[in-house]
Design a protein around this ligand. Structure first.
Ligand code: HEM
Length: 492
């Protein structure tokens, strides 16, 4: 009888060479850490080891194993403790970094706040906010001013998240001069630096980037504190008012007899929800718009689909319309497959666990590479080829092409899957439909490659466009129009 193979240990796994004391710190302490990990996965396979100082980490790139790991939360795996510590230090600690029973309770409140019913009631406000973005972009087009797409979209997502989750309207889209986003955008890079360090030096001495982070957090706290105060006053004045958003629901919990939720925790939860909802969505839309400029024929096809559905309206008019844009959805899926804002996730084992024949002890830190499986040709025909058609019903006879949606997890998976995904998809469709109906796109630096930058989430380093009021030809080179069909091409 064949003997069962003994399990290997993490130290026996393959992996890149790293110098004794620091290990792979220098390779990972950068905005390109995700690309380094993906390159190593190509070389060392589905399970390999790396070191950060004396700590040994395990990296998983096999999508089936990743799915199982994500599904076994919160019992067997948690988010990496370093992430929780770094967020806690800056007093931003909510659902994303919660664990165990605390996570379960918060999850219920957040899921209710972002439910389909809430989204349906919220749709008129989303429509009005999309119209504001349209006015902002029309003014830029008329003034021939370049548009920094990521920045404008972050104004949009902050306005949307605050209205839906906190019941206040900051209207940053129509506020001239400095707005809160200028500070929010400093938090991701500030935290990213701190994820990969051997010791927390900032507890002893603050370097300039730490002072930038401190200031950004202070501004966020001040803003959120004012919102919480106003909501508290409103609720005190209307004691029988049923909570209609996340913040009101949290205040009811905080004021319930026996609740242990302090004001500081309430502030921390609220701030984290705002952060979770803003740059993930704005960077995803920015990547999609960048791909519109790379694949103009596909943009024409999206535009045609939007025109047929909503013309003569300028934006989505009714919630139901958002579910009738199959080619736009295919385009978005394809961009999220190649440019997911979360290409990897940092986790930790909560018990001794077997992973692909290796006994991984409790407390081991893991990276799971979410994008790796989504770009391999055994899962998606053509691998990293950009081809939105693959997401549409396939012609008879073509069904055998690999199309493994299990390997596609831009919103994560399992019990901790992103609770904001329906809101995000609604925002994405609303903005893109408005863009298609109203504007032609002209990149400011057409030849310049757009690079991936990791700062907690993965963003494009620049998407600068000159928007033009829409012309009959749609701002697309004439030769692209005559070819017809949808182009495919290798990323990036
Ligand atoms: C395109 C936009 C978005 C993307 C790609 C995205 C992606 C993700 C991913 C990958 C996770 C981790 C899931 C996991 O651990 O399995 C996550 C978690 C989370 N997201 Fe999103 N997200 C987006 C938009 C939003 C929005 C709009 C909100 C809310 C306003 C939101 C709130 C959250 C929260 C609270 C968590 C933590 C969930 C938990 O740990 O239980 N996200 N998101």
């Amino acid at each position: 009888m064949a003997q069962p193979q003994p399990l290997t240990q993490p130290r026996d796994l393959p992996g890149p060479y790293g110098p004794p004391l620091i290990g792979h710190l220098l390779q990972l302490n950068s905005e390109r850490s995700h690309l380094t990990l993906e390159r190593w996965a190509e070389r060392y396979g589905p399970l390999f080891q790396i070191r950060l100082g004396r700590s040994r980490l395990v990296v998983v790139s096999d999508h089936g194993t990743i799915q199982r790991i994500l599904e076994q939360r919160p019992q067997s795996f948690r988010r990496n403790r370093v992430i929780e510590d770094r967020f806690t230090e800056i007093r931003i600690n909510g659902l994303f970094t919660a664990e165990g029973e605390d996570w379960r309770q918060q999850r219920r409140t957040v899921v209710a706040a972002l439910s389909r019913t809430r989204l349906a009631n919220f749709f008129p406000k989303l429509k009005a906010t999309t119209a504001r973005l349209q006015r902002r972009w029309t003014a830029a087009a008329d003034g021939n001013q370049p548009v920094d797409v990521c920045r404008d979209l972050t104004r949009f997502t902050v306005d949307v998240t605050m209205q839906l989750a906190f019941g206040v309207d900051p209207n940053t889209l129509e506020t001239p001069g400095p707005v809160i986003q200028q500070h929010l955008e400093k938090i991701g890079p500030g935290l990213q630096r701190r994820f990969f360090t051997l010791f927390p030096y900032w507890r002893l001495v603050r370097l300039p980037p730490d002072r930038v982070l401190d200031h950004a957090v202070k501004v966020l706290e001040r803003e959120v504190e004012a919102i919480v105060r106003a909501t508290r006053e409103h609720m005190a004045a209307h004691p029988h008012h049923e909570p209609t958003n996340f913040l009101e629901a949290m205040l009811v919990i905080a004021e319930r007899e026996g609740s242990t939720l302090s004001s500081a925790e309430l502030l921390a939860h609220t701030s984290q929800l705002l952060l979770a909802g803003e740059d993930t969505t704005s960077y995803t839309i920015s990547w999609i718009i960048h791909y519109f400029t790379k694949f103009p024929e596909a943009f024409v096809r999206v535009r045609r689909e939007v025109d047929e559905l909503i013309a003569p309206a300028q934006t989505l008019d009714e919630l139901q319309q958002a579910n009738h844009l199959p080619f736009l959805d295919a385009f978005c899926n394809e961009v999220m497959r190649l440019k997911p804002v979360a290409p990897h996730m940092a986790l930790e084992t909560l018990e001794d666990t077997e992973i692909l024949g290796c006994l991984v002890p409790r407390g081991t830190k893991l990276f799971v590479l979410l994008r790796h499986g989504a770009t391999r040709k055994e899962n998606f025909a053509g691998g990293d080829y950009f081809d939105p058609e693959r997401w549409l019903p396939r012609p008879v006879g073509n069904e055998k092409q690999p199309h493994n949606t299990q390997a596609f997890a831009p919103f994560g998976a399992g019990p901790r899957i992103c609770p904001g995904r329906n809101l995000a998809m609604l925002e994405i469709r609303a903005v893109l439909a408005m863009l298609c109906r109203n504007f032609d796109l002209e990149p400011v630096n057409p030849g310049r490659e757009v690079e991936e930058k990791m700062a907690v989430v993965m963003r494009p380093d620049h998407v600068l466009l000159r928007l033009k009021r829409r012309s009959p030809h749609g701002g697309v080179p004439a030769e692209a129009l005559t070819r017809g069909g949808v182009s495919v091409g290798r990323q990036p």
